[in-house]
Unconditional design. Sequence first.
Length: 101
Amino acid sequence: MKTYKVVISELAKLDIKKAKKYYRDINANLAKQFLLRIRESKSFISESPNANDVIYEDVRMHLIKQFPYHLHYFLDEYRDVIVVIAVEFAKRENLDFSERK
């Protein structure tokens, strides 16, 4: 089975930074746990990019374990990579980040 490289967009990096700060303000260990779960999610989608359903356009959403956040990503077949375009709170109203592509 093919494993894809996962690329985090600049806006998704800002999403992660914002969430990490939120959890760090609560507890430093919680922030570390959040980053660990992000790494686990990246590993999962790199090995199984089609395991999650398409939510809009060709973007899929992966729920991060333990935290109420989703990774929004798509498979860029031209570059043969997975691109994460958003890491957002799961309860957010508008979950369409297609403008970030």
